[in-house]
Design a protein around this ligand. Structure first.
Ligand code: EPZ
Length: 436
């Protein structure tokens, strides 16, 4: 069963290690940028055409949610065309919101368009509780009345009005959610201690194409002049910086030579800084980055995940796979999420020596080699880390819960195979028959 529709995957990935990855990859559209845009698109009283939207399960689930509120959409020659002229309130089941956290970010757009709505609360996930208190606090500052009853947020906005919002933490999601809402809220809104992730910048560009007036996106202070109406537009989703970083790490872990193309090298600065410390040869041009590796990486003493432009939390798990085979010890401190260590036990099943201290600090004693094993992906980026480990391991690795990987990596196994890797998606039944 194709897990693109987000259902439980009936597949596993089988990885045969030991192949060097070589070649180039054209990076597809950013899942996180596209998901943010698919919340803000509801602000448009018109038809929007999006290009380079990634074909991953999170996108398809979110489109189903938008259609429940009256949006209609169609894929035409690779473009996604969305008509958001006729929106209405709806009571949606929590299954449509809980698995895709950014589904919650449509609350502000619906309030700005409809004046009231209700929406199930988003759930936590395997990397953390994922609260939305900063979102709610900001929407209330803009004049929304929001109550949480029985797991449902009931919201009314009799008269939204611009205001001063200070984010206790530079939350990417809260910055996206509040910036978009403010774009269709009368008056001036200032967001201080805003997140600076590239997905904020691309969302601001999308809102600008709809007629919004935003200054400071990408800095810690964003100023939004609310408009009376926002229109449909055409927009191209930027390349996925996290996908790009994952393929660069796949090159490094297989002693390969891979170039990722169609990217913004400045989005990889924090990763390249640590790859160079690990002895990996990194080069870059105006829209490409290349990684070449011979031999084992060396341990990197201190990696600490931070909000952008710091080391990305979404790259620390695949980075741990590389450092698991380094010559020497490494330390990775995860400061963004309280539980983003689901990859560690599984990497240790493959022969890694990683000890987690206090749930956030991974102490990695590099080993000469990993060996293939049966492992389970606990979340999206943990799954990517296990695939990378399988590419470097001796023998065969079977990875379950492929649906997590399908949330954010388009054609993952096809791309890795095209680069020379041996990665195959096989139905669970076939795999279990082989075992019996
Ligand atoms: C986005 O999540 C990304 N997801 C995440 O990528 C990414 O890890 C994260 O930003 C940080 O860069 C999407 O864009 C869909 P946050 P988001 O709000 O917006 C706390 C992936 O693998 N917080 O910056 O949810 C929160 O608990 C995913 O692609 C509050 O306390 O991230 C977390 O500890 C995983 N209250 C921290 O902030 C709030 O109201 C970062 O969260 C909101 C957040």
């Amino acid at each position: 069963m194709n897990s693109k529709d987000g259902t439980k995957s009936m597949n596993v990935l089988k990885v045969i290690g030991g192949k060097r990855l070589q070649g180039s990859v054209d990076i597809t559209g950013s899942k996180n940028a596209a998901l943010a845009i698919l919340s803000a698109v509801l602000l448009a009283d018109g038809v929007t055409t999006l290009y380079n939207v990634p074909d991953v399960s999170d996108i398809h689930i979110k489109l189903r949610l938008l259609s429940r509120f009256g949006a209609t959409y169609e894929w035409r020659e690779g473009a996604l065309i969305i008509d958001t002229r006729n929106l209405h309130t709806a009571e949606v089941e929590e299954e449509l919101v809980r698995p895709i956290r950014t589904s919650f970010y449509i609350l502000g757009s619906l309030l700005a368009r409809l004046g009231k709505t209700q929406l199930p609360a988003p759930g936590g996930c395997n990397i953390g509780a994922r609260p939305v208190d900063l979102h709610i606090k900001g929407l209330r500052i803009l004049g929304a009345e929001i109550d949480l009853t029985g797991g449902i947020y009931y919201a009314e906005a009799p008269n939204l009005q611009g205001g001063e919002i200070y984010l206790d933490f530079p939350s990417a999601g809260a910055t996206q959610h509040l910036m978009a809402t403010a774009a269709l809220t009368p008056g001036m809104t200032v967001i201080q201690n805003a997140a600076m992730e590239p997905e904020i910048v691309s969302l601001a560009a999308f809102l600008g194409a709809m007629g919004a007036r935003i200054e400071g996106a990408g800095s810690s202070t964003i100023t939004i002049q609310g408009m009376d109406r926002l229109t449909g537009c055409e927009f191209r989703v930027p390349a996925d910086r996290l996908q790009a970083g994952t393929y660069l790490l796949a090159a490094a872990i297989t002693e390969g030579d891979v170039t990722v193309r169609g990217v913004m090298p400045e989005h990889q600065t924090a990763l390249l800084n640590k790859l160079r410390e690990a002895g990996v040869d990194c080069s870059e041009g105006h829209d490409w980055v290349r990684v070449q590796m011979v031999g084992r990486p060396v341990g990197v003493q201190k990696i600490k995940t931070m909000p952008y432009p710091g080391f990305p939390t979404d790259i620390q798990q695949p980075m741990a796979a590389l450092l698991a085979i380094a010559d020497g010890n490494s330390t990775i401190e995860e400061t963004i999420y309280e539980g983003r260590t689901g990859h560690v036990n599984e990497l240790n099943r493959m022969g890694a020596k990683i000890m987690v201290q206090g749930g956030r600090v991974s102490h990695i004693d590099g080993v000469e080699r990993l060996t293939g094993a049966h492992v389970v992906a606990s979340d999206l980026r943990a799954g990517a880390a296990l695939v990378l480990a399988g590419l470097a391991a001796e023998g065969e690795t079977i990875i379950r819960n492929v649906h997590f990987i399908d949330r954010g990596y388009q054609n993952f196994e096809q791309t890795l195979t095209a680069l020379g890797g041996d990665v195959e998606r096989i139905p669970v039944t076939e795999f279990e028959q082989a075992l019996s």
